[in-house]
Write a protein that binds this ligand. Sequence first.
Ligand SMILES: NC(=O)c1ccc[n+]([C@@H]2O[C@H](COP(=O)([O-])OP(=O)(O)OC[C@H]3O[C@@H](n4cnc5c(N)ncnc54)[C@H](OP(=O)(O)O)[C@@H]3O)[C@@H](O)[C@H]2O)c1
Length: 294
Amino acid sequence: MTDVPDTDPPNARLSTTRPSGTDASDARDTVLLVGAGRMGGSMLEGWLAQGVSGGRIAVSDPQPSPALTALCRAGGVALNPPAVHPVDTLVLAIKPQALEASAPAIASWAGPGTAVVSILAGRTLADLAARFPRAAGCVRAMPNLPASVGRGITGFASDGRLSPEAVLRAERWLGAVGRVERLAHEGEIDMVTAVSGSGPAYVFLLAEALARAGERLGLSPDLAARLGRATVEGAGELLHRQPDVPPATLRQNVTSPGGTTAAALAVLMADDALGPLLDRAVEAAFRRAQELSR
Ligand SMILES: NC(=O)c1ccc[n+]([C@@H]2O[C@H](COP(=O)([O-])OP(=O)(O)OC[C@H]3O[C@@H](n4cnc5c(N)ncnc54)[C@H](OP(=O)(O)O)[C@@H]3O)[C@@H](O)[C@H]2O)c1
């Protein structure tokens, strides 16, 4: 357990399900975050950084770290309060395999007005609905790792039972750690998983591969690693700062005809090169996501 005692009176501030607005600035709806590890902890930090009142937030995490305990205390967030009244939104951010064991205990937080929002990989809307039968409806979302620096992208689908206001609330809670995309149907979750959910690892691999290629040319491993990392970092920042410029335009802008970049791109963009390779990689991730959702 933690070495920093939680002195919040149990459920003192998070006591009722209140009418909810649709504007983040005056919203008063309540949320329970179940699991405050890497992803859940980032969401909690995002909510507090956005100025959400800690009195609207409760966190359930059986073994809170000292950092989580301190964050909850500083933000006025109720940590591990007993369930007294259902919340408006229940965000599940535990490991998928922990759901069986924890769902019965969590279920009492979900009443007829509660939207259950899950970021659990592979857990379907039907599975969630069966585990939270009293809830108003469920949302299945797939964030990605840059959420931990507030630059994630999350795709989500709802099961169609929730009101537009409840979906908007879910979108707002998810949006604290980056952009949010509403999906047309749940089947797109596995596609999002294959592209952006797993995508950060593909980009890290690019930094590794660039470093290895530099080393093969004769650079020291340390220098090559620094070049690979800084190149991916900087290019990502340029994409971030120019949201209206397509990546292809940024690429063309740095490619002089007959120059060094053009020589490399001729290899990378050959018919059997990076494009088809990424197609196969993303398809493999998609198939695996489908298997895990079954
Ligand atoms: N990380 C990613 O990039 C990413 C991307 C997309 C989706 N996701 C999804 O996000 C979920 C969380 O991933 P994560 O990387 O944040 O995992 P994590 O760091 O292990 O966080 C899970 C947290 O839940 C806590 N927990 C375990 N059992 C619990 C229970 N019964 N009630 C409340 N809390 C409980 C864990 O505590 P202990 O550590 O003490 O067990 C831990 O603090 C997963 O379902 C994953 O599929 C993650």
